[in-house]
Design a protein around this ligand. Structure first.
Ligand SMILES: [Mg+2]
Length: 249
């Protein structure tokens, strides 16, 4: 695997024939103590907008965040997006958001209780998925996972799975993931006629790495080596510098 550090020659690909699919947290943005406290560094929105023009609109976000939260974070920029790990989908920047069914309230109350087992844990209701964040209580991660694992038969019977990410544990229906979201995007113009280039950093991005070969796509990992990735960016900052360079052909 090739490692791309700041100032290195970045991987080259033809923007006229490719699409760019971007995970957000840990890929183009540095991870912050809470999802709300991330910072969009100056210049990033301009780079992404310029890349959108160079690819005739074939730049999309593929995130665990809800699409409304993505829009707010990158305002005024809006892109086609796979949100909430595939539960939300927007084919066009100005289109409607298509959503999966919400998770039941009983489950929500139950998981809120799990999030109450230690101070500093934060429960996030994303409607189609639930997340328990433990960045502010790093030692509580294993206890949360244990508590959820005890409920695994109940969750599995309801078609739910437990995803362990960076300082977050998510509970989501099994039938969608970022990979199913990307497959859906690849059936839509302008993505359908282009080779997807996907950048991701976390466990949930592995579902995308798995579907990329179907589309002759290329995956780049951020922060750690990942199976199926063609090269590795050490940090989101290296990705941002690469995007800035790509956006100035
Ligand atoms: Mg990420």
């Amino acid at each position: 695997m090739v490692t791309v550090e700041s100032g290195d020659i970045a991987p080259e690909f033809d923007l006229r024939r490719s699409s760019l699919l971007l995970d957000i947290d840990g890929t183009i943005l540095d991870i912050a103590p809470t999802p709300e406290s991330v910072r969009v560094p100056p210049g990033l929105i301009d780079s992404i907008r310029a890349l959108g023009a160079l690819t005739q609109g074939a730049v999309a976000f593929v995130s665990g965040r809800r699409i409304a939260a993505i829009d707010k974070l990158f305002a005024p920029l809006k892109l086609p997006a796979v949100g909430c790990h595939g539960a939300e989908f927007r084919a066009r920047a100005d289109g409607e958001i298509d959503e999966a069914a919400s998770l039941p309230d009983t489950l929500k109350r139950h998981l809120e209780e799990v999030a109450g087992i230690a101070p500093g844990l934060r429960f996030e209701d994303k409607q189609h998925t639930f997340a328990i964040h433990f960045r502010a209580a790093p030692d509580a991660g294993p206890a949360v996972l244990r508590a959820l694992m005890e409920q695994r038969p109940v969750l599995a019977a309801a078609g739910l799975q437990i995803l362990s990410g960076k300082a977050v544990i998510e509970i989501k229906p099994r039938w969608f993931n970022k990979g199913t979201g990307v497959s859906r995007l690849m059936r839509q113009a302008p993505f359908s006629k282009r080779i997807p280039v996907f950048l991701g950093d976390d466990t949930t991005d592995e579902d995308v790495f798995r579907v990329l070969p179907e589309y002759d796509g290329i995956g780049y990992a951020v922060g750690r080596e990942m199976e199926g990735a063609a090269c590795l960016f050490p940090s989101p900052r290296d990705v941002r510098e690469w995007l800035a360079r790509l956006s100035r052909p």
